[in-house]
Design a protein around this ligand. Structure first.
Ligand code: NAP
Length: 299
């Protein structure tokens, strides 16, 4: 999908410079200054020679309509949407892709000649990362998801497409887990269980995914549940990437689990967005290297 933006100046291997052909891309959020998307996507433009430039805009909720009009007027080719605008941006778009419709949130916008199309690359980014970095074959696997917030919806959508044997969801507020299981019923063997059954569910799972923020910086000593419940050989996965290895993951590794952190999800959601906008394969390794450098500078 999409075409290489900018035209003449874009050639892989040539020096990257802004000129009058440069096409603009951006991320919007509130707050947005913590975002690693600009360093990651500008590196992608630099690596591929696509004549694009990517910046962060701090947009308040009440200005989303103005922002969408600005995207059309200025010909901004692609937008990433981050918290808290993933739902609120939807009424201002012309079309919502099936993925974003099912998930109920947009994190990527493609501007096709003034027509704004909303996509969601969070879930498929997570699953691509899980398959490439931890478990290539998800068919038939029993997946346990701990947490039932916004990120979980995208992951569920993408996991259901992989023919898992079963997906079990557990959440501190059980109604939210039940609502998710209901929303995706028919897409997989899905069930919601109470927190009191989490220990038993860990013993049965091939892959256990923490989608809660427990353990995220600065609360790095927190764990979502007792990691000693995990059995050796299980894939323990965490959406958190700050820190890169949470206490949940390091404890799981000590128990003989294979571990998978959240950085890959961030990289691949951006990689899909880049590919939707430009039609050029994303330089994933370079993007990862740049984000790791940026995270390292903050430590
Ligand atoms: P969210 O919508 O706020 O949902 C948070 C979920 O975690 C809720 O189900 C909540 O339960 C549960 N929870 C919160 N604190 C908990 C605790 N101490 N113990 C047990 N459960 C707890 O958040 P989100 O947007 O889904 O994000 C979740 C995590 O994913 C965050 O750490 C975020 O940074 C990460 N994330 C990573 C990426 C990436 O690219 N790697 C992308 C998106 C999100 P209740 O329903 O009971 O409140």
């Amino acid at each position: 999908m999409g075409t290489t933006s900018g035209g003449a100046a874009a050639q892989a291997g040539t020096a990257w410079a802004v000129d009058s052909h440069t096409t603009l891309y951006c991320v919007i959020g509130d707050p947005v200054r913590h975002s690693k998307s600009p360093v990651m996507l500008n590196r992608a433009f630099q690596e591929t020679g696509v004549n694009g430039m990517y910046i962060a805009f701090h947009i308040m909720k009440e200005r989303l309509g103005d922002f969408a009009a600005g995207v059309r007027a200025m010909g901004i080719r692609g937008v990433n949407v981050t918290i808290p605008h993933k739902l609120d941006i939807m009424p201002f778009l012309d079309e919502i892709d099936e993925s974003a419709e099912a998930i109920g949130a947009v994190n990527t916008i493609v501007n096709e000649d003034g027509r704004l199309i909303g996509f969601n690359t969070d879930g498929i980014g997570y699953v691509r990362s899980l398959k490439e970095e931890a478990e290539p074959e998800l068919a038939g696997k029993h997946v346990l998801i701990v947490g039932a917030g916004g990120a979980t919806r995208g992951i569920l959508y993408a996991l259901c497409k992989e023919s898992p044997g079963r997906i079990t969801i557990v959440n501190r507020t059980p109604e939210r887990a039940q609502a998710l299981a209901e929303a995706f019923k028919g897409s997989a063997d899905l069930r919601a269980i109470g927190w009191d059954r989490l220990r038993d569910a860990c013993a049965e799972a091939d892959i256990v995914i923490n989608t809660t923020p427990a353990g995220m910086h600065p609360n790095v000593d927190e764990v979502p549940f007792d990691p000693s419940w995990l059995k050796p050989g299980t894939v323990a996965s965490d959406l958190i990437y700050n820190p890169l290895t949470t206490r949940f993951l390091s404890s799981a590794e000590d128990r003989g689990c294979r571990i998978h952190g959240g950085l890959g999800m961030f990289i691949y959601q951006g990689a899909y967005a880049f590919e939707y906008w430009t039609g050029v394969p994303a330089p994933v390794a370079a993007m990862r290297e740049t984000v790791l450098e940026a995270l390292g500078r903050e430590r």
